[in-house]
Write a protein that binds this ligand. Structure first.
Ligand code: ADP
Length: 191
């Protein structure tokens, strides 16, 4: 399975990505997590990414693309993968198409979690308290939402046009959302 998990910041992508990846026995690849790990270790990649992340901006495509390319080249991603937080720009969509084509496979589905805006701000502010992420302040949250609307939302139509889009209601209990995703994806897995 080659899957993408999409949704606005705070939609619950990371939480759901882990369950879905486990269900299908594939790695969940979160670009946000990889960036954060590099920032905390102070690697050259982390140094490049940190300023953008703290401001709620996207890390430049060439940095992100190379990082994803290297990650999906690893052995554990041979049977498939679930991408969380990538692609986020139209240029990244093209880049990913090339990477997948190169392996002789294709994308199976793109899951989009839909959550209303009010709920999202509440979740992110709560996460700020629990995890203390540097980019979960109110100003930066707003900036991340703007960038999502400008740069990432258009990807939804692209994948809908390819017949790959699965929209899932991301509101309510975590376990209920997981059930909805599994129900939608099991039909894909069988096809
Ligand atoms: P969110 O909770 O907002 O979905 P993530 O944890 O996925 O955030 O990502 C955190 C930050 O990492 C983003 O705001 C951005 O700066 C950077 N980042 C993650 N994925 C990408 C990407 N595909 N392209 C550019 N920047 C990215």
């Amino acid at each position: 399975m080659r899957l993408i998990m999409m949704g606005p910041p705070g939609a619950g992508k990371g939480t759901q990505a882990k369950f879905v990846a486990e269900h299908f026995g594939i790695p969940a690849i979160s670009t946000g997590d990889i960036f954060r790990a590099n920032v905390s270790k102070g690697t050259p990649l982390g140094v490049k990414a940190q300023g953008y992340m703290d401001a709620g901006e996207y890390v430049p495509d060439e940095v992100t693309n190379l990082m994803v390319r290297n990650r999906i080249d690893e052995d554990d991603a041979t049977p498939g993968f679930l991408l969380d937080g990538y692609p986020r720009t139209l240029a990244q969509v093209e880049e990913l198409d090339g990477m997948i084509k190169f392996t002789g496979h294709s994308l199976d589905a793109v899951v989009v979690l839909t959550v209303d805006a009010e709920e999202i701000v509440q979740r992110l502010l709560q996460r700020a308290e629990v995890e203390g992420r540097a980019d979960d302040t109110e100003d930066v949250i707003r900036r991340r939402q703007e960038i999502y609307t400008e740069q990432t939302e258009p990807l939804i139509d692209v994948y809908r046009g390819r017949g790959l889009l699965i929209e899932v209601d991301g509101m309510g209990e975590v376990a209920d959302v997981t059930e909805r995703i599994f129900a939608a994806l099991d039909t894909v897995a069988q096809s």
